[in-house]
Design a protein around this ligand. Structure first.
Ligand code: ADP
Length: 593
């Protein structure tokens, strides 16, 4: 309260007002008092003069005498008033302040005294002045004296020293001032209490407002009064509640926005008109390689070193329309990113929002699809061209060529078989990849599947003089897979191993348990594969030696089918190879409990 300027302003105003009112009141009262007292004294002098004039008439008629002087002196002492009798010529006949007639006789002529002059003229006179006789301020009243016949005989003058009157007045004035001071002090105390009482709710409100400005959470103001300040406090509380619910709403909205932005796969960056980042989600940070936590408030070019993006921001702002383009970003892991740059509508400052979509996978799939179509076309074209060529040759006369016609027809059959195999592999791969293939995933005995696979491949191996070996570690081991699918995997691997192993070589199938997986190895002592080809070996239509593969009847899809089937069963396929020494193809499948 002591530090409140408003308090001191109000208090000073009230106190000054009270002081001025008191001073004015005291002055008015003092003057009124003075007038009253002077009036009373004057009345008393007037009455005394009139009574004296009546009482002294018999003695006056006898002329100046000692008895007249004695009478006047005694009367004056009794009524405490100076009485002077002056004849028509101004000669003093008696004076209550003189002891005897002799002293009176030496008094100067009073005929020119103002009150005497006035009384002679109009019957009475008054004046307030310094007495030349007594040397002190006096109040005089004079009345004309008459004899029994009504003739003027002189003037009776009464006088009183004003010193006492003044003294009484001063005492009265002091009392009034004292009372005024006491009243003023009381008013001051009451003013203090009233102003403090009045300001207390305002101080409470001010403190609450300051707390809110500081960011403190909730500050309800408890002011119960029903006046305007109470109403203000209630409005303040309502305002606070409203502000809180709005704040909560805003916080929820911004939280939702943050969650949505954070959960988005697409990157979002918003930049202000100074090209400083005002918002960036984590996907944008991941794609463009910057820390989203520290990006806010920093220039875009400082966070993302890409001039195309900065230029796009400028263009979007200048042209006011959506810009769409694609950038290659990152080194060495270059990614294709599609960018949409939009001028945020309705914003007070022109925010440019850039949305980033990683299209690397899309582009990769697109190129894979194009490559696949090209490969399929090529694979189909080759046997078809052969068939067409042999057919034409036959039609043009070779059909009658007994030496070659059967050979040509065999070639046509071969190429048709290759086409058939290719189409079967393509259908099989497409089904596996699309998830349309319905697998019957059950525990499959490895010993049985391997046995059946080896039995199927034995004639080919025998024809090529390749030994097929089975190394059973655990005949009871079972894998969780589709039996037909597993047979296809092993068939492809063993078929390849035989194909790429020269005569006299050996192909071994072994299997073992590795924790919760079954590991099947197909090992050969064949030509092996150079390390640079290993990463692409399981891709569709990839062949180390295209001509050789075709010659051997391969479609280039066998290993792709192996990989996709293994993955469909929850496993994987790998290869290790040493050129000139042989290869090991490993398939891992889940173990059946
Ligand atoms: P293909 O029908 O040509 O055999 P695959 O997909 O089965 O197609 O095999 C792809 C390529 O991998 C083959 O062309 C061959 O070059 C290589 N390859 C596969 N198995 C072996 C192996 N056991 N030894 C050496 N090379 C192999």
């Amino acid at each position: 309260m002591w530090s409140s300027r408003l308090f001191w302003k109000l208090f000073a105003a009230y106190a000054a007002l009270s002081l001025v009112a008191t001073i004015v009141f005291v002055l008015v009262v003092s003057q009124w008092q003075e007038r009253q007292i002077v009036g009373q004294v004057t009345k008393r002098l007037s009455d005394s003069a009139v009574l004296t004039e009546h009482g002294v008439r018999p003695l006056w008629a006898e002329g100046p005498s000692e008895s007249l002087q004695t009478y006047i002196r005694q009367l004056g002492q009794k009524i405490g008033t100076r009485i002077t009798l002056i004849d028509g010529d101004g000669v003093v006949l008696a004076d209550s302040e003189r002891t005897d007639a002799r002293q009176v006789a030496v008094m100067e002529n009073h005929g020119r005294r103002p009150e005497i002059v006035q009384a002679n003229r109009q019957g009475w006179g008054a004046s307030s002045r310094l007495s030349p006789t007594l040397g002190q301020p006096m109040l005089y009243h004079a009345v004309r004296a008459e004899n029994e016949r009504g003739e003027a005989t002189g003037v009776v003058r009464t006088a009183l020293a004003t010193t006492q009157v003044r003294r009484n007045l001063a005492a009265l004035e002091r009392l009034v001032w004292l009372l005024a001071a006491v009243v003023n002090a009381a008013v001051g105390v009451i003013t203090y209490a009233v102003v403090a009482q009045l300001l207390r709710p305002i101080t409470t409100l001010t403190k609450a407002a300051e707390a809110i400005a500081r960011g403190d959470d909730e500050h309800p103001v408890a002011i119960a009064s029903r006046d305007e300040i109470g109403e203000l406090a209630r409005s303040f509380n309502r305002m606070q509640q409203h502000r809180k619910s709005r704040e909560l709403e805003l916080r929820n909205t911004s939280h939702r926005l943050a969650v949505v932005l954070g959960g988005m796969m697409d990157g979002v960056i918003a930049v202000d008109d100074r090209d400083h980042i005002v918002l960036a989600n984590s996907a944008a940070g991941r794609m463009l390689g910057f820390q989203t936590q520290t990006a806010e408030g920093r220039p875009l070019l400082e966070c993302v070193r890409n001039h195309v993006l900065s230029q796009a921001v400028a263009d979007t702002r200048a042209e006011g329309k959506v810009e769409q383009f694609e950038i290659e970003f990152g080194d060495p892991d270059t990614r294709s990113i599609s960018v949409s740059s939009i001028l945020l509508p309705g914003a007070t400052t022109s925010l440019v929002v850039q949305v980033f979509h990683d299209v690397t996978e899309l582009r990769r799939l697109e190129s894979l699809r194009q490559e696949f179509v090209a490969n399929v076309s090529h694979e189909l074209k080759t046997p078809l061209s052969s068939i067409k060529a042999y057919s034409e040759t036959l039609r043009e006369g070779a059909i009658n060529d007994a030496e070659n016609n059967v050979r040509f027809i065999c070639r046509i059959e071969e190429q048709a078989e290759r086409l058939h195999q290719l189409i079967l592999d393509l259908i099989s791969l497409a089904k596996i990849e699309s998830g349309q293939q319905a697998f019957d995933i059950v525990p499959v005995s490895l010993a049985e599947v391997v046995k059946s696979c080896l039995a199927g491949c034995q004639p080919v191996a025998d024809a090529k003089q390749v030994t097929l070996v089975q190394q059973p570690a655990d005949t009871a081991l079972q894998a969780r897979a589709d039996e037909e699918g597993l047979k296809q995997i092993l068939g492809n691997l063993v078929d390849n191993a035989i194909k790429y192993t020269p005569s006299g070589g050996q192909v071994t199938i072994a299997w073992r348990r590795d924790e919760r997986m079954v590991v099947i190895d197909v090992r050969d002592t064949g030509v092996g594969i150079a390390p640079e080809h290993l990463p692409r070996l399981f891709e569709r239509f990839f062949r180390v030696d295209k001509a050789r593969s075709r010659e051997l009847g391969g479609t280039g899809l066998g290993l792709a089918i192996v990989k996709h089937l293994s993955q469909s069963f929850g496993g994987s396929a790998h290869v290790e190879s040493t050129p000139g020494q042989g290869s090991v193809f490993t398939v891992r499948l889940p173990l059946a409990d």
